[in-house]
Design a binder for this molecule. Structure first.
Ligand SMILES: [Ca+2]
Ligand SMILES: [Ca+2]
Ligand SMILES: [Ca+2]
Length: 227
């Protein structure tokens, strides 16, 4: 790419409000459940419920809570061409999840996380076990720290991110706690879901004057191509 063309592209990108470069991830989906509705892209188990004390840890007012053994499933269609997909999320671990219980995260039916090194209750070092990193305070007793739902059991939360090779135009991501004793005994929740791919950033629709600038930029590009 010529220096001039690079500059023109950079100008175009500025107009469009995106950055130039192959490494930038394009967010294709975000969901924080603050509207109180999960949306048609969600299926399986889980309902939007109060984040309670986890609001102090970035969960806002609402999250998707699943107190069953069935999976919560996110389906996204119409993804732009890509070779890599990243998704991140916050994980609420409510109540007496025993260390040694099993948590499974799958993408298109293949596990990206399937572990029994998962638990909230009687783990060593007074911290929980699970995907990613714990963001809540260390456990001090059977009931503390207490963020909600069953007040007889302490709770925790984590943040996790997964990146995998992925090229299909649709993706199905599922989160499941198949050994859950369910209800107010053991449950989990997810929130702050961000799915991104390495698809080339697409100029976002801009206001009319900005689109005008964009058209000028494109004209400049064509001129350079002909030169
Ligand atoms: Ca939320
Ligand atoms: Ca259990
Ligand atoms: Ca609790």
């Amino acid at each position: 790419m010529t220096r001039n063309r690079k500059h023109t592209l950079a100008a175009l990108a500025l107009v469009a409000g995106v950055q130039v470069g192959g490494a930038q991830a394009a967010n294709v989906y975000t969901q924080n459940f603050e509207s109180g509705v999960a949306g048609a892209e969600w299926s399986g188990a889980g309902t939007v419920q109060d984040s309670l004390g986890l609001a102090a840890f970035g969960f806002g007012e609402m999250h998707l809570r699943n107190d069953s053994t069935a999976a919560s499933v996110l389906t996204l269609n119409g993804l732009a061409a890509h070779t890599q997909l990243t998704f991140s999320f916050s994980l609420a671990m409510w109540d007496s999840i025993d260390l040694g219980d099993r948590f499974v995260i799958q993408v298109d039916g293949a596990s990206v996380y399937d572990s029994t090194d998962f638990g909230n209750y009687f783990p060593p070092e007074n911290i929980g076990r699970g995907p990613g990193t714990q963001i809540t305070e260390a456990f001090t007793s059977f009931t503390d720290p207490q963020y909600g739902y069953n007040t007889g059991f302490h709770d925790s939360a984590r943040v996790a991110s997964f990146t995998l090779n992925h090229a299909a135009s649709s993706v199905v991501i599922s989160w499941a706690y198949p050994t859950s004793q369910t209800g107010l005994d053991e449950s989990f929740g997810i929130d702050n879901i961000v799915v991104s791919t390495n698809a080339a950033p697409v100029p976002l629709p801009a206001s009319l004057p900005m689109m005008g600038l964009g058209v000028l930029g494109l004209a400049a590009l064509r001129k350079q191509r002909r030169a």
